[in-house]
Design a protein around this ligand. Structure first.
Ligand code: ADP
Ligand code: F6P
Length: 473
């Protein structure tokens, strides 16, 4: 009885994301382990939330009942349950079978099912209820990403006192594609429940505003959308970043430097070491990258004895067919390239299909002479920024024009991954560039990344949110 009368703990800052920053893994012997969740959202938001006394609402990554709320790194983690059917309909279905491919230029064909759509709405409501319960009077709720587009309006209906923001970590598609979505109006209305919507690029914010204009006949003036009830929402670009200093510091620790040297030694101290680091996703252009590298070996432009390539591919969304397909294509191609070109005991391509600790990632970045970031479409791509932060000196970045990062990192070797000849040329330009050219390019990119870090991004977002629908002064 006494317990019930205790005041419920509420938070001035609540963030809601599909996933918690840690993933609950149950081993066959029943042992439970919490691992860091995959993806750029967690990389970014984990550093933002460290030191702020806030709450993070999200799924534990495991179907079934939600674990009890718990504290980690100054944060209250508040698990939201998803049943096995909900994982398959809301997460694998509508989020990653409908929205993900649609928002990434339909690189694979999106599938639309009414059951998936119903689950998405139901789970967004569940997240809204959890946030309504946890947010303090007049507090701020910051909703993340494409899995929670209906949540802002659902939350506003319950808690009009809150400041509501939403950030899209992935692209927002042109209206010609967005209009394929059966639930298109509900999603736009869902987002318009927020006060401020942040996007990776100006083009994404423009696409959203254009969708409101064309599909809702809403009043759009500049970057503000106004609904008939008077509620106004501002939409603008606030490009995300990394904890740049933390990566720079990590890359200068003696342990990481020694490990970087060791990685090169294990590969036979190659003249050139190329690196790719991605979730194993069809948006990342891994197939195109391997095609280019394979042809360069084939033609003799690259010597497989002295130029090595490491591809790290984190397991992702493994139950979806499109992901099983890309995995088998990548693994077959790596096998072919090594079969055709590798010297005995010294594979030209080292393929690593697993997750690594941050220190090992930093060592890989530091060891690599050339970083290959070749997505066919990517909201930002934090890996590109991590590589830059890890390099104080030389190092070259081959970067797809179809990433958000390309708008900021103009001194990269920018390339169109669909054009295999152009991609091969960009790789060769990066490999053959003189050290003084590389150093000059790296200095400029580092200045950009070090001064536009994730803390600055979070402050920009929260300042915009506090001032919305006006522009912050
Ligand atoms: P996405 O969000 O689509 O996965 P990003 O490039 O924006 O892509 O972010 C990926 C994040 O995951 C980066 O912080 C990167 O360092 C990290 N990462 C990628 N692969 C691995 C891996 N195998 N082990 C550990 N971290 C990884
Ligand atoms: O921002 C890209 C993103 O899709 C995040 O939303 C997500 O957390 C991450 O990549 C990893 O994907 P998933 O959570 O589906 O494993």
């Amino acid at each position: 009885k006494e317990l019930c009368s205790l005041p419920k703990e509420t938070f001035d800052l609540v963030i809601a994301a599909n996933r918690l920053p840690v993933d609950r893994v149950v081993h066959p012997d029943g042992e439970v382990e919490w691992r860091r969740s995959p993806g750029g959202l967690v990389t970014a938001m984990e550093s933002v939330m460290r030191g702020r006394d806030g709450a993070w609402i999200g799924w534990s990554g495991d179907p079934g009942e939600a674990p009890e709320p718990f504290r980690e790194d100054d944060m209250q983690l508040h698990p939201v349950p998803l049943s096995a059917d909900e994982v398959s309909d809301y997460y694998e279905g509508f989020s990653n079978g409908s929205l993900w491919p649609l928002y990434h230029d339909v690189i694979v064909q999106p599938t639309f099912k009414r059951r998936w759509r119903a689950a998405y709405e139901r789970i967004n409501k569940r997240f809204a209820d959890a946030a309504a319960d946890l947010a303090a009077e007049g507090g701020t709720v910051w909703v993340q990403d494409y899995q929670l587009q209906e949540m802002p309006a659902m939350l506003r209906a319950q808690r009009p006192d809150l400041r509501l923001g939403w950030f899209n970590h992935i692209p927002f598609p042109p209206v010609e594609l967005f209009m394929q979505l059966p639930a298109r109006e509900s999603l736009l209305h869902g987002l318009l429940g927020a006060d401020f919507l942040g996007f990776q690029r100006k083009a994404d914010a423009y696409n959203f505003l254009n969708a409101c204009r064309q599909l809702l006949a809403a009043s759009v003036k500049g970057d503000v959308v106004r609904l008939p009830d008077g509620h106004a929402t501002r939409a603008a670009a606030v490009p995300i970043s990394i904890d740049a200093q933390a990566m720079a510091d990590l890359a200068t620790t003696p342990g990481v430097k020694a490990r970087a040297a060791e990685i090169r030694e294990q590969l036979g101290n190659p003249e050139h070491l190329m690196l790719g680091v991605d979730r194993l996703d069809y948006t990342k252009g891994i197939r195109h990258r391997l095609k280019a590298v394979g042809e360069l070996y084939q033609e003799g432009a690259l010597d497989p004895a002295t130029t090595k390539f490491i591809q790290v591919a984190t397991p992702s969304r493994e139950r979806l067919e499109a992901y099983q397909h890309i995995r088998s294509q990548v693994e077959r191609t790596v096998g072919q390239i090594n079969g055709d070109h590798s010297p005995i005991g010294a594979p030209a391509v080292t393929y690593l299909h697993r997750s690594f600790p941050r220190e090992e990632m930093a060592a890989l970045f530091l060891a690599a002479d050339v970083m290959l970031v070749t997505p066919l479409r990517d909201g930002m791509n934090l890996v590109a920024k991590e590589y830059i932060a890890a390099h104080d000196g030389t190092g070259a970045l081959v970067l797809s024009e179809f990433t958000g990062a390309a708008s900021e990192l103009k001194q990269a070797y920018l390339t169109n991954p669909h054009d295999i000849s152009a991609l091969k040329q960009s790789i060769m330009n990066a490999i053959q560039a003189p050290p003084d050219v590389l150093a000059r390019r790296m200095r400029a990119m580092r200045r950009q990344v070090m001064t536009h870090d994730v803390q600055r991004w979070a402050e920009d977002f929260l300042t915009n949110l506090a001032a919305a629908p006006e522009r912050p002064r």
